[in-house]
Design a protein around this ligand. Structure first.
Ligand code: PMP
Ligand code: GLN
Length: 379
């Protein structure tokens, strides 16, 4: 077999979660909540399942969910995408990203990827014959070096992948970041694929600015979101893509042959659940408590870190304690301290090892406390 993805291995999330289970470790590796969702939402799913909403939904998603998502976008981001032409419901943000890349990237096209980057971007680009062009984020705070982005743009640049709040660093884009992007890509024909799965998880009163909210960028952007991340139900694999009509048209051509449509009863449940804005507007406060608790606990360990500003991830540096490669450290930490994490070299194309690991703090307080207690053993 001539592999189409010869360099791709099993994802680090699968590897570390399995190791955590095998070793009986606290799993702060793969990003998923360790607590349940709102029972009201669960009851709604049961209600629609029992009421017989169990057949294929319309290809682009049920109108009620597209409508309420457009309203939510108006409320949180100040613009109203047309629910019929510009909003598509898909099976998770991973599908949204894959379909967005597939709908615009042709063989030989270059796609700019800011790294460290979430691991699903590269295979999506490569499978479409595209060439990822990597631009490193600034060391330290993982902000964007706009001069480097500018230098990376060529006549072959077809798209740029962006992600704020950022996985794994938690960096949240400022208004200036969004304006810089607009300045660079306006009138260039470069598409923006914006991964906004952590749109509701920002701290210290930071606001998430959707790329779709920018009047110029909106016309060339695919905004990809995830209800799984927002409502603590990652296993439901349901998300969305908001893009202008022409782009959504191409996106739907791909989506209809990747999955065709998305789980029906959950769409009805989410449409009803989203009627109350407090259900998503309260999320920053909910996660702020966990971020604070985790940061306070980490301060009692030997690890170095700057508190995360968004997402449910916290990066920490250990280079002053150990020179072990991050993958080895992650393995030992799982086996010996019984706390699993993600080594972040995997998010770099050259597997650059800066001795940084990532913890997911979307866990119950007592689980976080126990993990922190164990991390005190790292010297
Ligand atoms: N993008 C980022 C940055 C993520 O962390 C994740 C993980 N959930 C995804 C996309 C995929 O989201 P989903 O589970 O909805 O496919
Ligand atoms: N997004 C999650 C993370 O970064 C993992 C999702 C997955 O396992 N694909 O940990």
């Amino acid at each position: 077999l001539i592999s189409k993805l010869p360099h791709i291995e099993t994802t680090i999330f699968t590897i570390m979660s399995k190791m955590a289970t095998d070793e009986g470790a606290i799993n702060l590796s793969q990003g998923f909540p360790g607590f349940g969702s709102d029972p009201i939402l669960l009851e709604m799913v049961a209600k629609y399942t029992q009421a017989g909403y169990n057949q294929y939904s319309p290809m682009s998603g049920i109108p009620a969910l597209r409508n309420i998502l457009a309203k939510k976008t108006q409320l949180t981001q100040g613009y109203f995408p047309n629910p019929d032409q510009e909003v598509t419901i898909v099976s998770g943000a991973t599908e949204a990203i894959f379909c967005a890349v597939t709908s615009v990237v042709r063989s030989g096209d270059e796609v700019i990827v800011l790294e460290p980057a979430y691991d699903s971007y590269e295979p999506a680009i490569t499978l479409n014959g595209g060439v990822p062009v990597y631009v490193p984020l600034n060391q330290g705070d993982f902000s964007v070096d706009w001069e480097r982005v500018k230098t990376a743009i060529t006549s072959k640049t077809r798209a740029i992948m962006v992600n704020s709040p950022h996985n794994p660093s938690g960096y949240v884009w400022s208004v200036e970041d969004v304006n810089q992007l607009a300045e660079l890509v306006e009138n260039t024909g470069i598409y923006v694929i914006s991964d906004e799965v952590y749109e509701h998880i920002t701290f210290d009163n930071r606001q998430h600015i959707s790329i779709g909210s920018h009047p110029i960028l909106r016309d060339q952007t695919f905004v990809c979101g995830s209800f799984g991340k927002t409502f603590h139900v990652t296993g439901w694999k349901i998300g969305y893509c908001i893009a202008p009509e022409v782009l959504s048209g191409e996106f739907r051509k791909v989506h209809q042959y990747v999955t065709f449509s998305t789980v029906t009863p959950i769409q009805y449940a989410l449409a009803e659940y989203l009627e109350e804005p407090e259900r998503y507007l309260s999320i920053p406060d909910f996660y702020q408590k966990k971020r604070d608790l985790f940061a306070e606990g980490l301060a009692q360990t030997e690890l170095e870190f700057v508190p995360s500003t968004g997402s449910f991830f916290q990066l920490v540096s250990y280079g002053h304690l150990s020179q072990l490669p991050d993958r080895v450290l992650a393995e030992r930490m799982t086996k010996e301290l019984k706390v699993a994490c993600i080594p972040i070299s995997v998010f770099y194309s050259d597997r650059r090892d800066d001795k940084i690991i990532r913890f997911c703090f979307a866990k119950e307080e007592r689980e976080l406390m126990e993990a922190l207690n164990r991390l005190k053993g790292l010297k």
